[in-house]
Design a protein around this ligand. Structure first.
Ligand SMILES: [Fe+2]
Length: 332
């Protein structure tokens, strides 16, 4: 067992659970200890493209095309370096089942209701992209999604933010910073409260409609987004400020499966690499749950403890810790 930062496991408060319900995410600082983060970084660096030197920040820049890789298990392109092949190795599984994260996960979905990973199982990327030219499906893993690194890219200085929701079925997900990540440096970004707006727009509670791909009918493939959803994406981008979940080594954020989000642009203000461990938690009954019509009760499949958390006024301390400010002006 990897040592944790503290032997004390502390449950989420009712206020934190209610915050997650209302805003769709929750930031928790200093959860994974430095030794664990550094062990994972050591493993990650074994997959580094040759142009990057861990100990020379001058090399922290977009990767030359000669080193790009479309391999779904080790994807390298531009400012992205994403390693998935070790996603079911024991150190990654240990981090995914960190006792503190597992406890919080069980608070959300109920004790004994989290699908356990399989050490040595099939990692994400083993089956290639979900469709030709498409992304890899994160439901196809028996462990984590992988460790995703984002390099400084000054050409993104004026790039606009744009949200999406994930197209695969899952309950909620984690992003864990393995080293310090300054603002506007590639951290995860979330649009607070957007999960409540996107949730009713899909006929299935967890999936998004997928279009089969045919070689002789190549123009239509991937995910079908209804007009109402696309309109709502535009509306959220206009009326809701995203939260940049920058932070320190060991910080984590959990987020609801319908929450609007993006991998932040690393604008290159500092020579840092955003290194994050990503994984999903799923209810053991997801297979049955995903076949139901979208329940009118948003939290029908979640734990009694979460369902009962109905705080509507949040403390200034919590709002500030969640980067919303005391007024919650970025919220819905
Ligand atoms: Fe995503």
């Amino acid at each position: 067992m990897i040592p944790t930062e503290s032997t004390t496991i502390t449950p989420l408060t009712t206020e934190e659970l209610a915050f997650f319900k209302q805003f769709g995410y929750l930031i928790k600082p200093k959860v994974i200890n430095a030794a664990t983060c550094n062990e994972l970084l050591d493993l990650m660096w074994q997959s580094a493209p040759a142009a990057l030197d861990r100990f020379d920040p001058e090399t922290y820049r977009p990767i030359p095309k000669t080193e790009w890789s479309s391999d779904s298990l080790r994807f390298i392109q531009g400012d992205k370096w994403q390693y998935r092949a070790f996603g079911t190795d024991q150190p990654l599984i240990n981090a995914m089942t960190h006792p503190q994260l597992w406890q919080w996960g069980e608070q959300l979905l109920g004790k004994g209701n989290l699908r356990a990973p399989t050490p040595g199982g099939e990692p994400m990327g083993s089956k290639g992209p979900a469709w030709p030219g498409g992304p890899v499906d994160p439901q196809n893993t028996e462990g984590v999604r992988g460790i995703y690194a984002t390099l400084p890219n000054p050409s993104l200085q004026n790039a606009q933010d744009g949200l999406h929701t994930d197209g695969h079925p899952f309950h909620f997900s984690w992003v864990c910073l393995l080293e310090d990540c300054p603002p506007e440096s590639g951290a995860f970004k979330v649009w607070p409260g957007s999960h409540q707006r996107f949730y009713p727009l899909f006929p299935m509670p967890y999936d998004q409609t997928r279009i089969p791909f045919y070689d002789h009918l190549p123009s239509h493939k991937g995910i079908l987004h209804p007009t109402a959803y696309l309109d709502e994406v535009k509306a959220v981008e206009i009326d809701t400020d995203p939260v940049d979940v920058w932070g320190g080594q060991g910080d984590v954020v959990l987020w609801h499966h319908r929450l609007g989000h993006m991998a932040g642009h690393h604008k290159g203000h500092q020579a840092s690499i955003r290194q994050a461990l990503l994984f999903d938690y799923n209810h053991i009954e997801l297979d049955a749950m995903r076949c139901e019509p979208t329940p009118a009760d948003f939290w029908q499949h979640w734990s009694p403890e979460l369902r009962a958390a109905n705080v509507t006024t949040f403390s200034d301390a919590l709002m500030s810790a969640q980067r919303l400010g005391a007024t919650g002006k970025s919220g819905p």
